[in-house]
Write a protein that binds this ligand. Structure first.
Ligand code: UD1
Ligand code: MG
Length: 476
């Protein structure tokens, strides 16, 4: 492939048939907005920059793409959608001095593969200004048709709405994917008109222009499913399913067990190690990376999670932007929020929430706890119902719990607070002051026992209830 490659991804259209308040390219395929796929593909092929042509909901699209691709993507605004030729013209505006080849891709064609684009690039002779991708359809309605001359050479592309009866019978259609020389593209776009059925500037007219300039335009055939776009929700669901099959097949090929791949929802950027087992109805999103020999049980939702080897994540655990080290046990029903870090061999049990907190090696928080803005030392035990009170309505404060500490059930730890190594906190305590190593801290009222008073209390309660009943009877 030539050294200088850029890409223009068209993503300005509204996608009317989606019937959506959201731009079409932001609808998700396999846990990721559709537009991510062509952008990543272009980058993988060395395209720099990748220019995204935005229009409909430009700000939202730009924000989402910038978040996912902080580098290498430029944006060009097509304020009014006057056709694909006009879209690319706007895109070229972001490449004023670029010389070389440009991939032109569509924001709504997520299944396109690297292999097809490599074949496309390889099909272009040094002197050819462009090549494009075509495919065959039994029912080509709606697509641009590839019209060939008597020798089978591509002569031009005619859009469905402009085609004659004979042309409409042609089953080879344009996929809308091109590889074009930048200088030719500039010159050809300057010559586009909009005298056609839709009154639009058709990018497809550059084929006729290349021929008129005496060039040859080649096409490469692609698998129809790979170049399919999402125009409505039903097609979106089809693409989603196809992408899921592709992602899941690739994971299984590397030694991951997916118990029911049709019901396991994994993003294309997720990594999973060998012999890890993923049960059904699990969602793995974003940049999640899971080690080898793990179990991710049913109903778990992991986003941008980093999980070490041999971790067992029990059912219905939710993890977001958090790290779990090797051989820890999490769940069922645990929640790890951003910047939670669970060290090796630690245990987090049901209804335990951690946020911006580290649970040390071998430490345990097995039931009903909130640990926020805290660190828990190695082998410490956080009892059921323990709460770190990290927030006073204005600021956030830290709780540091040392190694080997035993925090009794239902302790309320008011931050900022330090509890020294091997200290004990009595159950039911509210702790506001530092506890030194090896100390025992009580923070609760001392128990009082009144011997035999239960009987008297019962008699009194009974008498009061009967008196109340009588009084009510009189009134009634
Ligand atoms: C286009 C092709 C057609 C091809 C088909 C493949 C033209 C004239 N026709 O038709 O030959 O068979 O794709 O799917 O190119 N877009 C913009 N700005 C615009 C118009 C479109 O950014 O002003 C974007 C859309 O968001 C979309 C892509 O360009 O991502 C294709 O546009 P679309 O309107 O779907 O083109 P088609 O009429 O389907
Ligand atoms: Mg279309």
């Amino acid at each position: 492939m030539s050294a200088n490659v850029a890409a223009i991804v068209m993503a300005a259209g509204q996608g009317t048939r989606m019937k959506s308040g959201k731009a079409k390219v932001l609808h998700a395929v396999c846990e990721e907005p559709m537009v991510s796929y062509p952008v990543r593909l272009a980058q993988a092929l060395g395209a720099a920059p990748v220019v995204l042509v935005v229009g409909h909901q430009a700000e939202a699209v730009e924000a989402e793409v910038t978040r996912r691709f902080p580098d290498g993507v430029a944006f060009a605004l097509q304020a009014e959608q006057k056709g694909t030729g006009h879209a690319v013209m706007m895109g070229l505006g972001a490449l004023p001095d670029f010389e070389g080849r440009i991939f032109i891709l569509s924001g709504d064609v997520p299944l396109l593969t690297r292999g097809t684009l490599e074949r496309l690039a390889a099909s272009v002779g040094d002197a050819d200004p462009l090549a494009l991708v075509s495919f065959l359809l039994d029912d080509p309605t709606g697509y641009g048709r590839l019209i060939r001359d008597g020798e089978g050479r591509l002569a031009r592309i005619v859009e469905h709405k402009d085609a004659s009866e004979a042309e409409r019978a042609v089953q080879e259609v344009n996929a809308g994917i091109y590889y074009v020389d930048a200088a030719f593209l500039r010159s050809a776009l300057a010559r586009l008109g909009n005298d056609n059925a839709q009154g639009e500037y058709y990018l497809t007219d550059i084929v006729g222009i290349a021929l008129a300039d005496g060039h040859t335009v080649r096409s490469v055939l692609a698998d129809p499913q790979e170049v399919a776009g999402a125009n409505d929700r039903a097609q979106l669901a089809d693409l989603d399913r196809a992408m899921r099959r592709r992602v899941n097949a690739a994971l299984m090929a590397t030694g991951v067990t997916l118990v029911d791949p049709e019901r396991t929802y994994i993003g294309s950027q997720v990594q999973i190690g060998r012999d890890t087992v993923v049960e059904p109805n699990v969602y793995l999103r974003g940049q999640t990376a899971i080690g080898a020999d793990c179990i991710v049980d049913t109903g778990c939702v992991l986003s941008d999670a980093t999980i070490g080897d041999g971790v067992h994540i029990k059912p219905y655990t939710v993890i977001e932007d958090a790290t779990v080290h090797r051989e820890a046990i999490i769940g069922p029903f645990s929640r790890l929020r951003p910047k939670a870090e669970i060290m090796e061999h630690a245990h987090v049990g049901n209804f335990v929430e951690l946020k911006n907190a580290q649970l040390g090696p071998g430490a345990k928080a097995n039931h009903l706890a909130y640990i926020g803005d805290a660190s828990v030392g190695p082998k410490a035990n956080v009892g059921a119902g323990t709460i770190t009170c990290n927030y006073d309505g204005y600021g956030k404060y830290r709780t540091n719990i040392g190694a080997g500490v035993f925090v009794g059930s239902n302790a309320t730890l008011v931050a900022p607070l330090t509890i020294g190594d091997n200290a004990y906190v009595a159950a039911g305590s509210t702790i506001t002051d530092e506890v030194m190593p090896d100390d025992v801290a009580f923070g609760r009222a001392r128990q009082v026992v009144k011997q035999g008073r239960a009987t008297a209390l019962r008699e009194k309660a009974k008498a009061e209830a009967e008196a109340a009943k009588k009084a009510k009877g009189k009134v009634g």
